[in-house]
Design a protein around this ligand. Structure first.
Ligand SMILES: Cc1cc2nc3c(=O)[nH]c(=O)nc-3n(C[C@H](O)[C@H](O)[C@H](O)COP(=O)(O)OP(=O)(O)OC[C@H]3O[C@@H](n4cnc5c(N)ncnc54)[C@H](O)[C@@H]3O)c2cc1C
Length: 830
């Protein structure tokens, strides 16, 4: 046992072991891993070992792809065979909608270079005659996919880690963390066996570590308590059963039949693979309960829960339907173990909220598949400061401090049950809702709002007549909601619309150091008092960490507005940077005021007319004129009895204002605006129409066009980068150059569908980029998208193709802001 290390990894499952290995491989030569029991004694030992490449997330697809390639190389490095069987993976579809889902997924696979093939029912039957296919529409097949022995691959990674100098100590439990200001003092306790239980002994030590990574699996809640943070990683029960040998399968294989790929009948919610002449069935059934919400009892070690066969009866029967020969075979074995989940089903990988040099790798539900890639990309993040892929969608801070145990339990159970549902891109999940509502929620609901959820907030996606069923309206093509969004988008282009943007993240920053700090922290010029600017905070790699609208309220006072989905993520980055820079720049106070301010956006050619009738001013007729209230400025105004911080800016690219107001006056303001808007035909507008409209203006969105995998120059936003000043990440941004460039495209796509922003872009037969956003343009009457292409192609007029539903459709790169390129409508005077 060492008393000081550069990096301490806590947890010896597949994840912790891979992280230790990759940190050593990245050049950190002083890494120690502690495991409270034996390596693999957590969830890892009882995993089925499947390595599914299929994943709708771009970041996760990269992680899984890395793992599969890495595991193939491990044997050569360590001499240990991890039992990797590359049998392929066949995802079957019983419906056309499921085939649509696979075709959308195939785009993601293509952009991440994951190979796939299409198979017809006849081709499946011919290759694997035991599978019933007459009720199938087809399947997507991954030839490079397969399964591995989870314990063996973990042991191989542990051996590889040791060979690279990592010290692995078993039977040591981490019991306390204390940050000294420069490193972590970690209290560890020797664990001993007592009556079959693993219990702490009297023997304790303190280790100092510059960095700590926690990969504690089902113990995440205890880890969170020790660190004083929140983590929505709570396990759910997951079962799989193993059958006795199936005589028909045995005969088929003896006659030279090819091993079945991992079979996935998504519509029946299960996977099946061969196991010693029999079958393994793994269902993702309804009503699997969450476990260990407050910690794992000492008595639960490498243990299992009792099998609940009744719960998986439906899936069992459907396996028999799909593989009729399995009907007569008995059960040989069963596993019901804790599988860690998070509310969105993605793991928590990255810096811990509020803490320094503390890294989380928790909440893995596909941890065997994700282990290799997690180790690789997290090591990049820790050693180099950034990873090649944008890790934001996996960042632990995507959940804020509003998150509770009950929330995590409800959402994690839902995420488990949803593994095999149709992953509609317009899906909104129901559990734990409504939870965070702005005051106008009830009014919006009564007006027909169909809500989506962003960072826990309820936010109208679109409005529909009474009795409308959002669930039935979902589709991979243009859903039942599409026409409503079209009408809303048109209202903003032609009349006036009202959008609730209360979820925006807001920070108030002031003090003698504020100006110098922001000048260093963001890449654009700071605005003058009363004016606003769009700007970016960069990562150390020069890529975009956060997009801000900065409002300068006074010489040393700023109001920062950023994306609603990322409050804790933005806050953590900002607060840590301020803490670091106060000694250099002087005192700065910074508060997250997100929940104190509501925001409505009013936009459209008639928006000034609506506000004119509400504004109280010595000269109301000129109060909103270009002279007194120019574009990109901020004024404190009064709308009836509501004091409003109005910002003349509109994300829809139309004449408009953001009305930031005291949250407790929201309903008053809502009613005033609706009444004043009535004579002008004011329409309530949701986030979907807004998302389409901003693409017509080429406004990049954070999380799609803007993220940690592209610099603002690659996002083609040089007008928001002031190269004459010094700012954080500037040199790295310049050194990166332009690897790909952001463009807007008008698309002649299928008559019944628009792109979703995941599709691959082609120049002839060559893949040259990918879409990051997609939708419909009411201004041009066709599909629209934004994305990244090779820089040499990023010129207006370039003709490309976009892959949608397995066909290539014409797409033309437009000039930036194809709608109103000279910003005339936004600047329209009274
Ligand atoms: C039935 C079942 C089937 C599954 N099948 C698959 C599959 O086919 N494919 C797939 O990809 N995934 C599968 N999974 C999921 C997979 O098992 C997990 O995602 C993966 O094992 C998680 O690995 P981990 O390292 O995060 O956690 P674990 O394996 O649980 O490891 C965490 C380790 O941390 C240790 N620890 C905790 N606290 C401390 C502390 N304070 N000090 C020291 N050590 C500590 C624990 O003892 C434990 O060994 C399955 C899960 C189940 C239940």
């Amino acid at each position: 046992m060492k008393s000081h290390v550069k990096a301490l990894v806590v947890g010896g499952g597949a994840i912790g072991t891979s992280i230790a290995y990759h940190l050593a491989r990245a050049g950190w030569d002083d890494v120690m891993l502690l495991e409270r029991d034996e390596l693999t004694s957590g969830s890892t030992w009882h995993a089925a070992g499947l390595l599914p490449l299929f994943n709708m997330s771009y970041a996760t697809t990269h992680i899984h792809k890395y793992s599969v390639e890495f595991y193939k190389s491990l044997e050569a490095e360590t001499g240990l065979n991890a039992g990797f069987s590359i049998v392929g993976n066949l995802r079957m579809a019983q419906t056309d909608a499921r085939m649509d889902e696979y075709m959308l997924y195939a785009s993601t696979a293509e952009t991440a270079e994951v190979p796939y093939e299409w198979m017809t029912p006849a081709q499946i039957k011919e290759r694997w005659p035991l599978v019933r296919t007459e009720d199938l529409k087809g399947a997507i097949y991954h030839p490079t996919d397969g399964y591995i022995n989870p314990a063996d691959v973990t042991m191989a990674m542990a051996k590889g880690a040791r060979q690279r100098g990592v010290l692995i100590e078993r039977k040591w439990q981490v019991d306390g963390y204390e940050w000294t200001g420069s490193d972590w003092r970690v209290t560890v306790t020797k664990m001993v066996e007592r009556g079959g239980n693993l219990v702490p002994s009297e023997e304790q030590q303190v280790i100092t570590a510059e960095h700590v990574v926690t990969a504690t699996g089902n113990h995440a809640q205890r880890t969170a308590r020790l660190l004083g943070i929140k983590m929505p990683a709570i396990p759910v029960e997951h079962q799989f059963i193993v059958t006795e040998p199936d005589p028909e399968l045995v005969a088929y294989r003896q006659n030279g039949g090819e091993e079945h790929p991992v079979l996935r009948d998504a519509d029946a919610k299960w996977y099946v693979r061969e196991e010693r002449g029999g079958w393994i069935l793994g269902p993702y059934e309804r009503n699997a309960p969450a476990r260990f919400a407050y910690g794992v009892p000492d008595s639960f070690r490498a243990d299992l829960f009792p099998l609940d066969l009744e719960r998986i009866e439906e899936e069992y029967m459907s396996m028999i339907h799909r593989i009729p020969s399995s009907e007569t075979v008995g059960l040989k074995d069963d596993f019901n173990g804790p599988i860690c989940y998070t509310p969105d089903g993605n793991p928590l990988i990255g810096p811990a909220p509020g803490l320094r040099n503390m890294w989380l790798a928790e909440g893995f539900s596909f941890g065997i598949t994700a282990a290799g890639g997690t180790g690789h990309y997290l090591a990049q993040l820790m050693v180099e400061g950034e990873a090649e892929i944008d890790m934001a969608s996996l960042d632990p801070k995507r959940y804020g401090s509003w998150m509770t145990t009950d929330y995590a339990v409800a959402k994690n159970e839902e995420a488990y049950e949803h593994v095999y549902i149709l992953h509609h891109p317009d899906e909104e999940r129901e559990a734990a809702r409504p939870l965070r509502t702005s005051p106008a929620y009830d009014r919006q609901k009564a007006a027909g709002a169909q809500f989506g959820q962003v960072n826990g907030w309820e936010r109208p996606n679109y409005y529909a007549p009474e009795g409308f069923d959002d669930h039935a309206a979902r589709s991979f093509r243009r859903g039942g909601w599409w026409q409503h969004a079209v009408d809303e988008a048109k209202a903003i282009r032609e009349g006036v619309g009202l959008i609730d943007a209360t979820a925006f993240t807001k920070h108030l920053l002031k003090g003698p150091g504020a100006t110098a700090f922001l000048d260093w922290f963001t890449c654009n010029k700071l605005p003058k008092v009363g004016r606003i600017n769009l700007t970016y905070a960069l990562t150390t790699a020069g890529t975009t960490r956060t997009e801000y609208t900065i409002v300068r309220l006074a010489e040393d006072e700023y109001y920062l507005v950023s994306a609603g989905a990322w409050t804790a993520y933005d806050s953590d980055f900002l607060m840590k940077a301020i803490e670091d820079k106060i000694p250099e720049f002087g005192w700065i106070s910074c508060h997250d005021v997100t929940t104190q301010w509501g925001v409505f956006a009013i936009a459209g050619p008639k928006s000034r007319d609506v506000l004119n009738s509400l504004i109280r001013d010595a000269d109301p007729a000129t109060a909103l004129s270009n002279k007194r209230f120019p574009w990109l400025s901020c004024r404190e105004i009064e709308l009836g009895m509501c004091p409003v911080r109005a910002i003349r800016v509109a994300y829809t690219g139309e004449l408009g204002w953001e009305l930031h107001h005291p949250i407790e006056m929201q309903n008053y303001l809502w009613d005033q605006l609706r009444t004043a808007g009535e004579p002008h035909g004011l329409k309530l507008v949701g986030a979907r129409a807004q998302n389409w409209l901003r693409q017509e203006k080429s406004y990049r969105a954070f999380g799609t066009e803007l993220g940690r995998d592209a610099t603002p120059l690659e996002a083609d936003l040089p007008r928001f980068v002031d190269l004459s000043k010094d700012f954080h990440g500037k040199q790295a941004m310049a050194d990166t150059g332009i690897r790909a460039k952001c463009v807007t495209l008008l698309i002649d796509g299928p008559a019944d569908a628009d792109p979703w922003g995941r599709e691959a872009l082609y120049d002839g037969d060559t893949k040259v980029g990918r879409l990051t956003s997609g939708g419909y343009s009411v201004a041009f009457g066709k599909s629209i998208g934004m994305g990244y292409v090779s820089p040499d192609l990023a010129t207006p007029g370039t003709k490309l193709k976009v892959r949608m539903f397995d066909q290539l459709w014409d797409a033309t790169i437009t000039e930036d802001s194809p709608y109103d390129p000279r910003n005339e409508t936004i600047r329209k005077d009274a």
